[in-house]
Design a protein around this ligand. Structure first.
Ligand code: ADP
Length: 388
């Protein structure tokens, strides 16, 4: 665990970059520092590997005050990834990644073998091993940067706006890869970004800083979205906050309706018989949903034809039975029939759900939350402390 304990950094010109920061970053989790430019995120991050020394307060790593650990020893256990990757321009991709293992005593051969594994781990083709950084795209450079930081297998990773310079599509790809990698590796990560959506997506814990280097609120994404502690946090989290909170609400007990589906290859006339509201769900022979059939448009073919893939309306996202309310709502809203398709883990049909059913559940949960928030105040009024 990393712990900031009343850490303040005042630069020689008097700028207070970080102001009495107290914050814990749990082992094996991603803690994201987020806030507007100049609020002290990078300064905080660099105090963890002693690139910046605090003016007062301590940073602890697994119970040791890092001021007592020599910087080179400390940094051996800490990977560091920055924007624009910071690669050595005159070294090949493979040698960039192998640099750290060589420094820590691996033979060149071992280091290169490890580097090749890492290249694969971050999703890069081995064809790129011999290229130089300027022969790579921005996204590829950033992947090499991550591979290099992972090379010594450090338990801690510091990541400073690693994806900020990339275009939105590549950025999203790298964020998804990040989540996959972190799921497998379980590093203790402190991640800096100015992008609240990135913070909410990647963080197990998100710490929101405001200018002057003050921590305003820290908590899980779900906590922040459902209970922002100050107007600043609420406005920083932005619009759609209530809707985005659904991303973290497990659908759990969704009221699923049964369908009377048909299968690919069934006679069309059967589909017309099954018609309830003009839409019939079509499955393959493994019970996996394939799309919707609009029975009203089949009148001239239904006596002879069979259900084929080219007749289906696709569109419509699938929700999973153990997914989130947002997924379920999206499935319902994007379905041509208005009935969102919910599947089990194995991809087979579990049932369907309408937007109004999902919203009723959302409303019920919100009412319960409001009631829970009122309770202490009510209890305080009606149940005064017993006199001693
Ligand atoms: P962020 O990462 O949130 O953008 P920084 O930690 O980089 O914020 O900077 C916090 C504040 O400290 C800013 O006002 C910045 O100008 C100032 N600052 C950063 N580095 C230095 C420095 N070396 N000397 C003086 N002021 C600095």
């Amino acid at each position: 665990m990393i712990r900031f304990d009343a850490v303040t950094k005042t630069y020689p010109d008097g700028t207070v970059a970080v102001n009495a920061l107290t914050l814990e970053a749990a082992t094996g989790e991603t803690t994201v520092l987020v806030g507007p430019s100049g609020c002290g995120k990078t300064t905080s991050l660099r105090m963890v590997n002693r690139m910046v020394e605090p003016t007062s307060g301590q940073v602890w790593l697994d119970g040791r005050d890092i001021a007592t650990i020599a910087p080179h020893e400390l940094r051996r256990g800490i990977g560091y990834v920055i924007q624009q990757a910071g690669l050595f321009p005159h070294r090949t991709v493979l040698d960039n990644i192998a640099t750290v293992p060589v420094l820590t005593g691996c033979s060149r051969r071992q280091a290169r073998t490890r580097a090749a594994e890492l290249l694969d781990l971050v999703g890069l083709s081995s064809d790129l091993a011999g290229r130089y950084p300027n022969q790579l795209s921005g996204g590829q450079q950033q992947r090499v940067g991550v591979a290099r930081a992972l090379a010594a297998d450090p338990p801690v990773m510091l990541m400073d706006e690693p994806f900020s310079a990339l275009d939105p599509v590549v950025r999203e790809q790298l964020q998804n890869e990040f989540l996959r990698l972190q799921h497998d590796l379980g590093k203790t990560i402190v991640f800096v970004t100015h992008d609240i959506d990135e913070a909410i997506k990647l963080g197990d814990k998100v710490a929101i800083l405001d200018s002057g280097g003050t921590l305003v609120q820290a908590g899980s994404p779900a906590e922040l979205l459902s209970r922002p502690g100050t107007p600043f946090v609420a406005s920083f989290l932005g619009r759609d906050r209530g809707y985005r909170a659904l991303t973290f609400a497990q659908a759990g007990s969704l009221p699923l309706s049964d369908e009377t589906p048909v299968r690919l290859g069934d006679p069309l006339v059967l589909a017309s018989d099954r018609q309830t509201d003009g839409w019939v769900l079509v499955l393959d022979d493994q019970e996996v949903p394939q799309g919707w059939l609009a029975t009203a448009t089949l009148s001239d073919r239904q006596d002879v034809g069979t259900v084929t893939a080219d007749l289906l309306h696709l569109g419509g996202t699938l929700a999973t039975a153990h997914g989130t309310l947002r997924e379920a709502l999206d499935a319902a809203l994007s379905s041509p029939s208005g009935r969102g398709v919910v599947v089990n883990e194995n991809g087979r049909l579990a049932g369907t759900v309408t937007a109004s059913h999902v919203l009723a559940l959302v409303e019920k949960r919100a009412a319960r939350l409001r009631a829970a928030e009122l309770q202490p105040a009510v209890a305080g009024l009606t149940a005064p402390k017993a006199q001693p």
